[in-house]
Design a protein around this ligand. Sequence first.
Ligand SMILES: [Zn+2]
Length: 382
Amino acid sequence: MKLEGLSYKDRAPIAIQIEDGIIKSLSKSDRALPDTRLIGPGFTDIQVNGYARYDYNSLENDFMNLGQISRSLFKEGVTSHFPTVITNSPEQISKLIRQVIFLRNEDPLASLSIEGIHVEGPFISQEDGPRGAHPKEHVRAPNWDLIQKWQDEAEGLVKLITLSPEWPESNTVIEKCVENGIAVAIGHTNAKHQQIEDAVKAGARLSTHLGNGMHPILPRHPNYLWSQLSMDQLSATIIADGFHLPPEVIKVFKKVKCENLLLVSDSVSLAGMPPGDYDLHIGGQVTLSPEGKLHLRSNPKILAGSAMNLRQGVSFLLREKLANLPEAWEMASIRPERFINPQELIMESGGKADLIQVELTSDNQLKIIKTIKNGQEVYSLD
Ligand SMILES: [Zn+2]
């Protein structure tokens, strides 16, 4: 298979030769190509609770339904995603993880798209505010035995855990995770500066959706936001849906974190659904506004996950002039991919052929034309 278009990086016309799922070569294309048709790496979303009515946090009557998430995300240019299982009872987390594994074993397309599992909680802060919409009754201290059990059930697919280092058990658990190839993110935290510093020393490398899952009002300093911003070892994910963070905050985070700022969607099952009132596992009763803002019905100030996907996040950064096209694209593709696997070859010969072809519209929206996953065409508009 050969894919031609203008490179997302510099708009140079390129041809990518694909063989056996791998990029065999990249070369200059001599063909006259439309100047709005771009190609680049597919998006990688390391935080997907659900999408298009299906939810990784509820047990489906037929787990095969969850395969619709991968298919819907392929249409949005997302070539890899991490199902994200949030705070719940240990037994329920086990069941939800096994559900993902059953799905992967039975559904070849979902198996292509699901490259890891993100366990967000239950080892987070009990405090209102930092805890966000996670159910308080299931929040608990970090426990390596539980993580090991989940990792066995996940057949090694748990690649990311979000926890709060405010628990005394945190640092030993972080060290264990890192030793066993699980990346640790700090999130939903009320930790003190020293606790965050110790967590970083123990091996935590990421802040999950920085700027969200926080108290509405913080002491001016010290606070856990300054602490996480100040530590260069911490990359950060952000939700760029236009509601979770105002543009000026993203602008500052970008200046501080530079190439270590990554996009996630944090999408829930209502992403891609019509506006209205809904009942969800996360936070119970929520409202999706016509503008796409998803919040607790009882308190519009508390967001309950996002209803946007990464393509929309990239479009938001462009529209608000928070990043240029190559950078916005990489925040949703190369950066999260390399965070999980630093050695990975991306859009280079020898790397896996996870590519998208995109039309850039006059109002800076990305329209997905074609999605290629492991060299296989998994979506085409034409
Ligand atoms: Zn969260």
